[in-house]
Design a protein around this ligand. Structure first.
Ligand SMILES: *[C@@H]1O[C@H](CO)[C@@H](O)[C@H](O)[C@H]1NC(C)=O
Ligand SMILES: *[C@@H]1O[C@H](CO)[C@@H](O)[C@H](O)[C@H]1NC(C)=O
Ligand SMILES: *[C@@H]1O[C@H](CO)[C@@H](O)[C@H](O)[C@H]1NC(C)=O
Ligand SMILES: *[C@@H]1O[C@H](CO)[C@@H](O)[C@H](O)[C@H]1NC(C)=O
Ligand SMILES: *[C@@H]1O[C@H](CO)[C@@H](O)[C@H](O)[C@H]1NC(C)=O
Ligand SMILES: *[C@@H]1O[C@H](CO)[C@@H](O)[C@H](O)[C@H]1NC(C)=O
Length: 502
């Protein structure tokens, strides 16, 4: 019988030393190994074929209309700041330039905008009228002339179809169709001195309608191209804080339905320090499309756990506890004398000394998102030190703790609120420099500290609520947060900026 040995990482053997050195750890019979290999292959095949998103966002038709409304308001407010591009051209033998244009008046009707299933967005504007003033220059041979003009356009309209797709895991946008129509244009020239001026005006008036009509789609395409360059330059990693970032690349092409636009985002967190993949995998989830809310966002259990994994690996889930951080009323204080009943050996060895604790996660806190609640298992260790008067820390012992929590979260009055309940807490002695001692009294004391001091404090804060994070000038309204099976879902409307604040 032949044996196959393979290497494995000590990480999956919690009792081994924390140094990441490889060691031979298991031997398996050949037959068994083959079955394993097949199973592993199957798993890896299914994994390479589906990169599941763990963050999903949906902009509904209602949301699209609102966004368009804000943009229309913004354009209307900023017309005086918009300088139409110069127009250079030739009419007969005249070279001319229209420049220094400014929009004097514009009646911008609300655009008709809608998602078009499978394609993108259809945009239509009708009945736009505008008055533009500017200057003109003309050239005929060596003769130049110049003056002012006023241009009035009536009943301008355009229709455009924009395609939404993905390019290198980012959202992309392009113009598929654009057509424009101008009912009539009236142009008044003034200021010309030369005899050629009258000739120029006659020639020019004829072509101006076609010119304006053509310019509209040129401008729209340029605008869409500008937007596309912005999207193409957008990073696919979003810095969350100095410790972790989130990969926000798209896992699929955007899903365009008549009722909205759905984006599937990778949504995985990584620590900057150690950007490794977690030992668990995302699974498929599908957020329901809520057409009554402008925006919906869903985060899967994997998204939450990858955040926990990233923070754990960034090494930030640890806290140094000193006695002055503990409220006076708390029954446990960090003073060796007061541990008399819990650990009788301690004050005998180190009487009357202050203590400090180092509390840290020993493994990734794991969350499970079940219908209406979030369950969490947290493995932590606490190292205790006695502090000599010269600030030298003497290691005393290490306790390993397994804690499980039930967490509820909801939105009330636009604040995220919640409630945390401790389900279980077990304490074992991990290491001791002061000899073995019983952990039951400590476990009992810690449970009572948690339930009568820590949790009430945390819950009081959770009840007060935390402001929903959002972008400047925008705020959320009518938000609903639900805990579904395997994911959290937020459906919300958005309050726009006051005009002039965008
Ligand atoms: C053109 O100028 C005339 C008089 O100078 C004025 O009555 C008319 O309203 C102007 N038309 C436009 C379109 O500006
Ligand atoms: C994000 O994930 C995608 C898909 O797995 C990958 O191609 C890309 O390199 C990742 N980007 C970053 C910055 O991690
Ligand atoms: C420890 O607590 C005792 C009383 O329980 C107190 O007399 C003593 O001063 C404390 N020691 C330190 C170092 O704070
Ligand atoms: C937490 O631990 C319990 C008991 O070990 C287990 O049944 C449960 O699935 C774990 N939950 C999570 C979210 O890992
Ligand atoms: C608490 O956890 C321990 C071991 O982790 C288990 O034996 C015990 O049954 C759990 N208690 C409850 C109330 O879940
Ligand atoms: C748009 O107009 C607002 C005031 O209505 C102004 O504060 C803002 O700077 C303008 N933006 C641009 C790009 O001109």
């Amino acid at each position: 019988m032949s044996y196959y040995c393979f290497l494995c990482h000590p990480k999956y053997h919690p009792k081994s030393s924390p140094e990441p050195k490889l060691r031979v750890c298991k031997c398996v019979v050949k037959v068994k190994m083959k079955m394993w290999l097949i199973a592993l292959l199957l798993v890896s095949v299914t994994h390479t074929h589906a990169e599941y998103s763990s963050l999903q966002a949906i902009l509904s038709q209602k949301g699209l209309q609102k966004v368009t409304h804000w943009l229309t308001d913004w354009v209307q407010d900023n017309l005086s700041n918009i300088t139409p591009p110069d127009i250079k051209g030739k009419a007969f033998l005249f070279g001319y330039t229209l420049h220094s244009m400014s929009i004097q008046r514009c009646d911008l009707p609300e655009p008709i905008i809608s998602f078009l299933e499978g394609t993108g967005v259809s945009l239509q504007v009708t009945g736009l009228s505008a008055v533009i003033t500017g200057k003109w220059n003309s050239r005929f041979g060596f003769t130049t002339d110049s003056g002012e003009f006023e241009l009035v356009m009536f009943n301008v309209g355009f229709k455009s179809l924009l395609k939404l797709g993905s390019d290198r895991e980012r959202l992309s946008i392009s113009t598929v169709i654009c057509s424009s129509d101008v009912e009539s244009v009236q142009m008044n020239f003034s200021g010309g001195k030369s005899f050629l001026y009258k000739l120029f005006v006659k020639l020019f008036n004829r072509g101006v309608k076609q010119m304006v009509q053509g310019q509209i789609c040129t401008d729209i395409k340029a605008g869409v191209n500008g937007l596309e360059s912005h999207l193409a330059a957008m990073p696919v990693a979003m810095m969350v804080d100095p410790n972790v970032y989130m990969n926000i690349s798209l896992t699929d092409s955007p899903l365009v339905k008549n009722s909205g636009l759905g984006l599937n985002v990778k949504g995985e967190f990584y620590s900057f320090k150690c950007p490794t993949e977690p030992p668990f995998h995302p699974s498929h989830f599908e957020m329901p499309w809520q057409k009554d809310y402008m925006v919906s966002v869903g985060a899967s259990e994997f998204c939450v756990n990858s955040a926990a994994f990233a923070y754990h690996h960034a090494g930030v889930l640890n806290i140094h506890i000193t006695d002055d951080m503990i409220p006076k009323a708390c029954p446990i204080h960090l003073n060796t004398s007061q541990f008399k009943n819990l650990i009788p050996e301690l004050p005998k060895k180190y009487p009357d000394m202050l203590m400090e604790l180092q509390l840290y996660t020993t493994d990734t806190p794991l969350f499970s998102v079940k219908k209406s609640v979030i369950l969490a298992n947290v493995s932590t260790s606490v190292k205790a030190f006695a502090i000599k008067t010269n600030y030298v820390a003497i290691p005393l012992f290490r306790l390993d703790m397994e804690t499980s929590f039930i967490f509820k979260v909801y939105i009330d009055k636009q604040l995220v609120k919640g409630m945390l309940v401790m389900k279980n807490l077990t304490v074992t002695l991990g290491a001791s420099e002061i000899g073995k001692f019983q952990t039951e009294p400590i476990q009992h004391a810690l449970k009572s500290v948690m339930t009568s001091f820590v949790l009430p404090k945390v819950n009081a804060q959770l009840k007060d609520g935390i402001q929903l994070p959002f972008v400047k000038y925008f705020s959320l309204k009518n938000s609903v947060l639900t805990i579904e099976d395997g994911f959290l879902a937020l459906a919300t409307d958005i309050n726009g900026p006051d005009s002039g604040n965008l």
